[in-house]
Design a protein around this ligand. Structure first.
Ligand SMILES: Nc1ncnc2c1ncn2[C@@H]1O[C@H](COP(=O)(O)OP(=O)(O)OP(=O)(O)O)[C@@H](O)[C@H]1O
Ligand SMILES: [Mg+2]
Length: 577
């Protein structure tokens, strides 16, 4: 049977998952058998778990990961957050709190993430042979598709870093970044939940919210169903949003609570206390009046006023409500924004909220959402914790997505008195009139060409292309650099401004290499400065979760343009309180 093997990985802040499926050509998504590896991990023992801890240690070149890592003060946690420069501060904050190593450089960290992802991939292929009985011939003879899920809120730099780690780990072909697909985590969760939940009963045009509450982030996005045939397709209705208010915040608040009660004992027994909270208290808490006893240490002196007796601490429902509420409140605020944005989308009907992720499996969170949003129905699939990786396998159904900010490049254009000396551009253009020595004419610099604007619909097959040209001296380097600018939203609203302004952010440097074009086909010109090439080319943008550019010359594609993403510029100036 013709088809492909799809391997998907959900690299999470606290837990990761890997799954795969054989997808026969033309098969129905509901019939695809998804395998998520839930046993047989080193150090796992007999227990099963759809996700394995995103934690590793690197000691004298011995790499340990997941369940293998125990009580090691040098273990690396939250590696995912360190990949996103915009979140490093929060990641460090979390990491400091849990006393884990933060000393790894980004290069070393990326190397460890690559090793971790490689272990996951190898385990998946081992599983195909040992558990599914697939032969090496079948595996080698079948095309592979790789999918990696990323948070909806991630910066392009963070996506690019994760993509590079996954490619180096063997997910796809390293020389071809398009051989691995990125899928946004809430999209993946939505596809899975709707495809598999029997009583989901959603129809074409229905709008729903996905709330993926994980360990680090809680990601939300709102979609509209456009069709179920031949497979489910959804369009993003409201631009997704996420914040660092995941389940780890509960751990943090719980530890603060315990520290206040038992002082230095909390530090000493931190691992045991967190394990008890993770495995027992956190998943079980549903708001009822169950009283938990947290066993700490027989040496712990009794203190009835603080609920300490016989070496253990009493944790009441009121205590847990205080721990949960600020975190839950942040989730409710995020959810309210999405629900408000599509108010009236389904008059007379309840808006479905798909609740997934580890924290999304919490009974308490479900109860609070239902309580607060009377006009919503909360759908929590039974395997909510692994919904992202399952949905990532079913990824091929995703259609359009909304662009989160305008993207464009800056170029010069021919000076035109009608355009630049009259009308709306005139006040700006005066500053940008420059002489072009090659062409012996006036030009207008700093003009922006926006490929897309915020809110545009895009899908993986769509491309936008613009023609540019470059005058290059005969012996000059034909590999040059173009800045890629983003305009999240500023004075001009969602459209990008006509000229680069202070709200434009330089996010990457593209390095098109025109030396790949045969010299004989370049147009040679003469100027008072000497001979030069006028190279007319097209820069073609496609958008499949990340932006990529291709170089086209005389209708022939010359491959992907190398793109280096930059650290977000830090506004380090002084601030007045
Ligand atoms: N029933 C539950 N109630 C609350 N929290 C839970 C429950 N089950 C698991 N968790 C917690 O969920 C977290 C893991 O969730 P998940 O795997 O969705 O996050 P992640 O993918 O690591 O994070 P992110 O999506 O932010 O990168 C852990 O902190 C775990 O303790
Ligand atoms: Mg997750």
């Amino acid at each position: 049977m013709a088809g492909k093997i799809v391997v998907a990985v959900d690299f999470g802040t606290t837990y990761s998952a890997i799954g795969y499926a054989f997808v026969a050509d033309g098969s129905d998504p509901g019939d695809i058998v998804l395998d998520v590896i839930d046993k047989g991990w080193p150090g796992q023992g007999r227990r099963r778990s759809p996700k394995i801890p995103t934690v590793f240690t690197l000691e004298r070149n011995t790499f340990k990961y997941g369940f293998q890592v125990q009580h090691d003060p040098d273990r690396v946690c939250f590696a995912k957050l360190f990949l996103d420069p915009t979140q490093i501060e929060q990641a460090q904050h979390l990491a400091k709190f849990t006393a884990v190593s933060t000393s790894l450089s980004i290069a070393k960290l990326s190397d460890c993430v690559t090793r971790y992802l490689r272990c996951l991939r190898e385990r998946a292929f081992e599983h195909m042979v040992k558990e599914k009985g697939w032969t090496q011939d079948f595996i080698k003879g079948t095309p592979h598709d790789y999918v990696l899920s990323v948070p909806a809120i991630w910066s392009d730099k963070a996506k690019d870093r994760t993509l590079k780690c996954a490619l180096s780990a063997g997910f796809g072909d390293e020389s071809d970044p398009s051989s691995i697909k990125l899928v946004l985590e809430p999209e993946a969760a939505a596809v899975y939940t709707i495809t598999t939940l029997p009583n989901c009963a959603l129809k074409v045009n229905d709008v729903f919210v996905v709330c993926d509450a994980g360990g680090g982030t809680v990601d939300l996005a709102t979609y509209r169903i456009t069709t179920f045939q031949p497979s489910l397709r959804v369009n993003e209705e409201v631009v997704g949003k996420g914040e660092l208010c995941g389940s780890v915040m509960l751990n943090r608040r719980f530890m603060e609570f315990v520290e206040k009660k038992i002082g230095p004992f909390a530090q000493e027994f931190q691992d045991d206390i967190e394990r008890e909270f993770n495995d027992v208290i956190k998943p079980a808490f549903n708001g009822d009046d169950t009283v938990y006893r947290l066993e700490v240490d027989p040496e712990l002196p009794d203190n009835p006023a603080e609920g300490i007796a016989n070496g253990s601490l009493t944790v009441t429902s009121e205590d847990l409500v205080k721990i949960f509420e600020p975190v839950v409140e942040s989730v409710l605020i995020l959810l309210a924004e999405q629900v408000e944005a599509v108010k009236g989308a389904a008059p007379g009907r309840k808006m479905p909220v798909l609740l997934v992720g580890g924290f999304g499996s919490s009974e308490y969170l479900k109860m609070r959402i239902s309580q607060q949003f009377k006009n919503c129905t909360v759908l929590q699939p039974p395997d909510a914790w692994s919904a992202v990786v399952r949905g990532a396998i079913l990824r091929s159904m995703i259609q359009n997505r909304k662009i989160r900010c305008a993207y464009g490049v800056m170029a010069r254009e021919k000076w035109s008195p009608e355009k630049h000396e009259q009308g709306p551009l005139a006040p700006y253009a005066a500053d940008y009139k420059v002489w072009d020595a090659f062409e012996q004419k006036w030009t207008c610099k700093n003009r922006m060409t926006w490929y897309v604007k915020k809110g545009d619909q895009f899908n993986e097959t769509k491309t936008v292309s613009f023609k540019f040209y470059r005058n290059v001296g005969l012996h000059h380097n034909l590999k040059f650099e173009i800045d890629l600018w983003a305009y999240p939203e500023g004075r001009e609203g969602e459209d990008g401004p006509p000229f680069k302004d202070l709200d434009c952010r330089r996010i990457a440097i593209m390095k098109p290499d025109l030396s790949v074009i045969p010299k004989a086909s370049l147009e040679k010109r003469q100027s008072p400065e000497g001979p030069y090439y006028k190279v007319l080319y097209q820069l073609e943008m496609s958008f499949d979760t990340t932006i990529s550019f291709r170089l086209r010359y005389q209708d022939q594609l010359y491959g992907m343009v190398e793109t280096e993403y930059l650290e977000p510029e830090n506004d380090g100036g002084i601030r007045r309180e």
